[in-house]
Write a protein that binds this ligand. Structure first.
Ligand code: CA
Length: 243
């Protein structure tokens, strides 16, 4: 256990009323070196969030006293910008959009695997710029997602060992997705980060690029990576064989 563990001081709050699930998540996060607190209802979760400081909040949707969406709205209104991953048995598009619009950064549908949740937690912390990646042997200039690899020095993207023929914007979109594995990326965010704040064009520009990129990905034999549309919000890079 002497390999430089840098995540010791990351504090995560779980707001979840199902004791068994809360304990399971808490146990696994502690195993990874995170410091974990648990609250079992929305009102207490809200109080704790506005009085203490966390790096990440795992927030159940259906909670006694105040539901997760309400907690989310209230803490954002309070100016708390801590990343939030919603844990939800709800999975219709409208419900997911409601959660994201309330200020959640990501959601994970119940039932989920502990492995997937841990990956989302790592991604959310990395994304918030507050995480030191200690993975050994990683090549800093290659972004990976499943069988997809993007070399940031050479601008070459490979999928299942096949080089993709991408336009510069398509490459940038893909690179942006890979920096946020499993996360929903909104059109606004893509406009800002990829096209730049001064871009005066239409959001449909993004849709055209994404749809062309999706076709190129899906054209690779045996590929399971694609771009999922989250209507009214944006896109998400997924592996269709992983749930
Ligand atoms: Ca619940």
């Amino acid at each position: 256990m002497d390999q430089g563990v840098m995540i010791m001081n990351h504090r995560i709050l779980i707001v979840e009323d199902e004791t068994t699930l809360a304990n399971l998540i808490s146990y696994n996060l502690k195993q990874k070196g995170y410091s974990v607190d648990v609250e079992k209802n929305g009102a207490q979760g809200y109080q704790r969030i506005i009085t203490e400081s966390y790096h990440l909040i795992l927030l159940d949707w259906m909670l006694p006293e105040m539901d997760g969406v309400e907690v989310c709205r209230k803490i954002r209104r309070h100016g708390v910008s801590t990343p939030i991953i919603m844990l939800t048995a709800k999975s219709t598009e409208e419900e997911i959009i409601e959660g994201l619009n309330a200020g959640a950064d990501d959601y994970i549908s119940k039932p989920f695997s502990v492995g997937e949740l841990m990956a989302r937690v790592g991604a959310a912390l990395r994304r918030s710029g507050d995480f030191t990646d200690t993975q050994p042997g990683g090549d800093a200039n290659v972004l990976r997602f499943g069988e997809l690899a993007l070399n940031r020095d050479t601008y070459i993207a490979e999928l299942n060992g096949q080089v993709l023929d991408l336009r510069p914007k398509e490459y940038e979109i893909l690179a942006y997705f890979l920096q946020k594995p499993g996360m929903v990326v909104s059109r606004d965010e893509m406009l800002d980060r990829i096209w730049g704040y001064d871009f005066m064009g239409d959001q449909r520009t993004i849709d055209v690029h994404v749809s062309s990129l999706r076709k190129k990905l899906e054209g690779v034999e045996g590929n399971v990576i694609t771009i999922e549309s989250i209507r009214g919000v944006g896109y998400k890079l997924i592996q269709s064989n992983v749930r």
